[in-house]
Design a protein around this ligand. Structure first.
Ligand code: ACO
Length: 372
């Protein structure tokens, strides 16, 4: 029998220096995620993932200035959002379309030299925050907000979303969430991005493909569904029955399980702590208590541990962010990792072209339609 690795489990598809998961510990370019989550600004992570080293002060300043300068969108993107904002379009659908659309306004979208490719990466990383926040505002009939030069990337995301200056605590929490979601080795969307550009297609195509992959409920789409579950459960007393029913019906509980981590996701502890703090500060501790009870129950019944999506849901909810923006926020952060992997793929490219084990019919002969 052919050796088919369903879901490519355990397959090493390429070499990478961007990030690693070794013994359930995540590192970005050799730096432990715990160290980075406690200390780094998201912009430093962008630089780290793209250059395999942390920036010096001058390099960080330049990157921040460029990100700010590229955040503004072509006005036609706003009118484009207005056209379909009332059609109940999911923000991930809007993001997938609009990443493709902004390539129309990039005169150097196809340029192949290394400097231009890197600059394109910075443009996409800058604009992805504007696309998510502008869509969120335009669909509510509000005007988009221009970035504020005194804020960092995390602060500007919140500012452009709400049109009000975020507090330091909010910026700190959001920055940490961006750091924790930035990269994760060969997850489905990153692999999708690398596959897309392995034909030497352009970076926009890689990001569009990756957004489409992240959208699914088994990947980034899980965080939004965690909030739907918490809305259904309502109180700690209902947890046991709710989870028992899901398990009995063989339904998946969103925010649990992972292909690689079987003993726990190293990012989840940070999000759990952030969730505890921020739900408490916003008077929503009950959401945290229900979450903990669900996590305990899942561990007991299925041996499954919360992944990055589970506690990120209550963190974003407590930051007063609409639930259907949770996955787009994941995309905003993960764009840094997607771009890092796209750059790496270009560096040492070979087209991704695996084989399939054919299990269909054989030796058939074409039958004219009138005889079928
Ligand atoms: N709820 C209930 N059962 C689960 C869950 C879950 N969340 N996750 C895994 N299982 C069970 C499966 O039913 C399966 O049981 P079985 O062997 O009795 O059939 C077993 O655990 C193995 O699960 P698989 O789906 O085969 O594991 P795989 O490695 O293919 O998938 C995945 C990993 C997609 C993350 C899975 O755990 C899942 O669907 N989780 C829920 C969605 C989710 O939270 N996704 C976010 C992942 S993190 C991220 O992408 C950012």
């Amino acid at each position: 029998m052919a050796n088919v690795q369903k879901g490519l489990e355990g397959v090493l598809a390429a070499e990478t220096k961007v990030s690693s998961i070794i013994d359930s510990q995540l590192t970005y370019a050799g730096y432990d995620i715990d160290d980075l989550a406690n200390n780094a600004e998201f912009e430093e992570i962008i630089f780290l993932l793209w250059h395999y080293r942390l920036p010096n002060a001058e390099e960080l300043k330049t990157l921040k200035e460029k990100l700010l300068s590229y955040m503004e969108l072509n006005p036609r993107v706003y009118s484009h959002f207005k056209e379909y904002a009332t059609d109940n379009v999911h923000p991930m659908t809007a993001l997938r379309t609009s990443v493709s659309y902004i390539a129309h306004f990039d005169p150097k979208a196809e340029a192949e030299d290394d400097t231009e490719t890197l600059e394109r990466g910075i443009r996409i990383q800058a604009k992805i925050a504007s696309l998510v926040t502008a869509f969120a505002r335009v669909r509510e009939g509000k005007d988009p907000v221009k970035p504020n030069k005194d804020l960092n990337y995390a602060g500007n995301f919140l500012y452009m979303l709400r049109g009000e200056l975020p507090t330091d605590i909010e910026v700190e929490a959001f920055n940490k969430a961006l750091v924790l979601h930035a990269d994760h080795e060969f997850n489905a969307s990153t692999f999708t991005a690398r596959c897309a550009v392995s034909s030497l297609s352009d970076m926009y195509s890689g990001i569009v493909a990756a957004v489409g992959s992240l959208k699914g409920p088994l990947h980034g789409g899980a965080n939004e569904r965690v909030m739907s579950m918490l809305a259904e459960v309502k109180s700690e007393d209902e947890v046991d029955e709710y989870i028992d029913n899901k398990i009995k019906n063989k339904e998946k509980i969103m925010g649990f399980g992972h292909r690689v981590y079987k003993d726990g996701d190293p990012r989840a502890k940070f999000l759990k702590e952030m969730s505890r703090k921020i739900t408490n500060e916003t008077g929503q501790s009950q959401l945290f208590d229900i979450s903990v009870k669900i996590a305990d129950k899942m561990k007991k019944e299925k041996g499954l541990i919360a992944n990055v999506d589970f506690f990120s849901a209550t963190v974003y909810h407590s930051l007063n962010i609409e639930h259907d923006l949770f996955t787009p926020i994941f995309a905003v952060s993960r764009t840094s990792g997607w771009i890092a992997h796209i750059l790496e793929q270009y560096e040492d490219n070979r087209i991704m072209r695996p084989r399939a084990h054919y299990v269909g019919e054989v030796n058939r002969t074409y039958v004219p339609i009138e005889e079928r």
